[in-house]
Design a binder for this molecule. Structure first.
Ligand code: ZN
Length: 68
């Protein structure tokens, strides 16, 4: 689910995001959306995950191969 707040009609709430940039109530473009992660573009999520994994790779992960 995504949340919206419309400045044209003053309504806010949850709706199913299907694309577009209009208020689901009145159709105005003067609306703010807050998308859940389900509605994010996959490539954007991939980019976030990629940058996170790159940051983690700075840490040396201990291997089980080493002598104990
Ligand atoms: Zn509206």
């Amino acid at each position: 689910m995504a949340r919206f707040r419309c400045r044209a009609c003053g309504q806010e709430g949850e709706f199913t995001y299907i694309g577009g940039h209009e208020c689901p109530r009145c159709g105005s473009a003067d609306v703010q959306f807050a998308l859940g992660i389900d509605e994010m573009p996959v490539e954007l999520i991939d980019r976030i995950i990629e940058s996170l994994s790159q940051a983690e790779s700075l840490d040396e992960t201990p291997t089980d191969e080493e002598d104990r």
